[in-house]
Design a protein around this ligand. Structure first.
Ligand SMILES: [Cu+2]
Length: 118
């Protein structure tokens, strides 16, 4: 019996480790026409999928007073916006969209990502 428990917990542990390193950490959230991104210890959702040929409207709502998150930068769109705490800020991303666009804070410490539909 003990041996079974050890074997089973061993297998579960290996599965957990495998998932940690190789599993998809976060799936993309479809933005549709508009999406609100919560800025709180990072960007939530962290991976946003937008339509290839359509403008996308992203509203950043900052809840985190950490000064690190004062600004949101979308370098691929040449956008840099100040985010007051609790006040939503909307940016419009116009096509052509880069395949993989970055979202980051002003100091390049927090990151998110925008990907496009094929
Ligand atoms: Cu920062």
């Amino acid at each position: 019996m003990d041996r079974i428990i050890v074997t089973v917990s061993g297998i579960l542990l290996i599965a957990a480790i495998y998932r940690f390193f190789f599993g998809k950490r976060e799936t993309a959230t479809e933005a549709g026409n508009a999406l609100t991104v919560i800025v709180d210890g990072g960007y939530k959702p962290g991976i946003i999928r937008i339509s290839k040929d359509k403008p996308a409207r992203l509203t950043f709502l900052r809840r985190d007073p950490n000064p690190c998150l004062d600004e949101v930068v979308l370098p691929d769109y040449k956008i840099r916006e100040y985010l007051p705490v609790g006040k939503p800020v909307t940016v419009i991303l116009n096509p052509p969209h880069p395949v993989d666009a970055k979202i980051r804070c002003g100091m390049n410490m927090f990151h998110g990502k925008i990907i496009t539909d094929e």
